[in-house]
Design a protein around this ligand. Structure first.
Ligand code: HEM
Length: 342
C-alpha cells in the first residue's frame, strides 16, 4: 500500500529526484551560519503563527486591548500558552540575532563578498527590535504604557532624527491611545511587510555570497540529505522544546490596565536588551562634555550604529581591531546589563 502511494506522490512532487540531488550535494557541516539561519527562520515561523492566533481575539483599541489579552490568557483554551510562546520566541529571536551579529563581527565574516548580507542583516535586526517595541505596547497594560514612554523618550534623544522617531513611535507628541493604534498598524502590517522584503533581499545576497554546495567529498563536508537536514531538524526541535518549556513554566504576568494619566515613568523597566542603555542613563552625571548626558549617550550609540552599517566598506579586510572592539562592546553591554539587574 505504501509503495503505490509513494510512487503517486513522487510522480507529482518529484521528491525522489530532489532527495537524490540533495544527497549528492555537500556543505560544510561545522559552519554555524548554516544552522543559525535555519534556527532564525524556524523561530520566525513560530512567531508569525502564534501572532496570527493572537490576532483572532486581540482588540486593537485602548478601551478593549487589555481586556482582550486578559481574555486570551484566561478565557481561551491554550491562550496563555500561545501568548507566552509569542513572548519567549520574541526574546529568543532578538537574542539569536544579537549573537549572530556579534559572531559575524568578531569572526570578521562581513568581508567581501558579504558586505550587503551584513547591511541587510543589521536592518533586519532593527526591524525585529521595532516588532518587539510595538508588540510590548499592544497589551496596553501599565507596563506597556511606561515602556512606550521610556522607549520613545530614549529614541527621541537621538541627534537629527530623534524628534521624528519619537513622534512616529508615539503616533503624536505624547503617549496616548493613538500610540496603541500606531503600534498595532506597525506590528501587524508595516513591519511584517518590511521584514519579508528584507529577508528576501538577504536571502538573494546569501545565495551569491555563500560557497555553492559541492559534490566533492572534501574533509569537513556532509551531504545535505540526510545529514545536514537531520542536524538542522535537531536544532529546530531543541528550540521548540526550549520555547514550549519556557512558555509553560515561566510565567509572564500581564499586569494591570494602563492609566494614561499616570505620572512620570519612574521605575519603568526597559526590555532586557536595552537594560545597559537604561543603566548608563540612570547613573551618568547630568552633563558629559557640556552636553546633557542623555543626548550624549544616545548620540554616541547612534554613531556606533551608523558606523556598524558601513563597517564592511571602511574595514574591507576585517581588521583585528574591529573584531577586538566588537568583543569589547559586547562584554561592556553584558556587564552593564548584569549591573542593572543586581
Ligand atoms: C506577522 C507577525 C506577527 C503578528 C500577526 C503578531 C501579532 C501580535 C498581536 C495580535 C499581539 C497582541 C496580543 C498580546 O499582547 O498578547 C502581539 C504582541 C506581541 N508581539 Fe507580535 N506579532 C507578530 C510578530 C512579532 C515579532 C516578529 C515579534 C518580535 C520580534 C513580536 C513581539 C511581540 C511582543 C513582545 C508582544 C507583546 C505580548 C504581550 O505582552 O502580551 N511579534 N503580537
Amino acid at each position: 500500500m505504501a509503495a503505490p502511494v509513494q510512487g503517486w506522490f513522487d510522480d507529482r512532487s518529484g521528491w525522489s529526484s530532489l532527495r537524490k540531488r540533495l544527497a549528492a550535494r555537500r556543505v560544510r557541516g561545522n559552519s554555524p551560519l548554516l544552522y543559525v539561519g535555519g534556527l532564525l527562520a524556524f523561530l520566525l515561523v513560530l512567531q508569525v503563527a502564534s501572532g496570527l492566533l493572537l490576532l483572532l481575539h486581540y482588540q486593537p483599541n485602548a478601551a478593549e486591548a487589555h481586556a482582550s489579552v486578559a481574555f486570551i490568557v484566561g478565557g481561551i483554551p491554550y491562550g496563555a500558552l500561545v501568548r507566552s510562546i509569542h513572548l519567549w520566541c520574541s526574546d529568543l529571536l532578538v537574542l539569536t540575532v544579537i549573537v549572530q551579529l556579534f559572531s559575524v563581527a568578531i569572526r570578521r565574516a562581513f568581508r567581501s563578498p558579504r558586505e550587503l548580507m551584513w547591511v541587510s542583516g543589521l536592518f533586519s535586526f532593527f526591524i525585529l527590535l521595532a516588532f518587539a517595541f510595538t508588540g510590548a505596547v499592544l497589551p496596553w497594560s501599565q507596563d506597556a504604557y511606561l515602556q512606550a514612554r521610556v522607549g520613545s523618550e530614549i529614541a527621541g534623544q537621538m541627534p537629527v532624527a530623534g524628534p521624528l522617531l519619537r513622534y512616529i513611535m508615539r503616533g503624536g507628541d505624547e503617549v496616548t491611545t493613538a500610540t496603541l493604534r500606531h503600534a498595532y498598524g506597525f506590528h501587524v502590517a508595516v513591519l511584517p511587510a518590511a521584514l519579508t522584503g528584507l529577508l528576501f533581499v538577504h536571502a538573494v545576497f546569501l545565495r551569491r555570497a555563500m560557497p555553492e554546495p559541492t559534490s566533492e567529498r572534501t574533509p569537513g563536508t556532509i551531504p545535505i540529505y540526510p545529514d545536514y537536514l537531520v542536524r538542522l531538524g535537531t536544532v529546530m526541535t531543541a528550540a521548540l522544546v526550549l520555547v514550549i518549556s519556557l512558555a509553560t513554566f515561566v510565567e509572564r504576568p500581564l499586569g494591570v490596565a494602563a492609566e494614561v494619566t499616570a505620572a512620570a515613568p519612574d521605575g519603568a523597566s526597559p526590555p532586557w536588551y536595552l537594560l545597559f542603555v537604561h543603566d548608563l542613563l540612570l547613573r551618568a552625571p547630568p552633563e558629559l562634555l557640556g552636553v546633557p548626558s542623555a543626548k550624549f549617550i544616545v548620540g554616541a550609540g547612534a554613531v556606533v550604529i551608523l558606523l556598524a552599517f558601513f563597517l564592511p566598506f571602511f574595514d574591507r579586510r576585517g581588521s583585528r581591531v574591529t573584531a577586538a572592539l566588537s568583543a569589547l562592546l559586547l562584554f561592556a553591554a553584558v556587564m552593564l546589563s548584569i549591573h542593572a539587574v543586581l
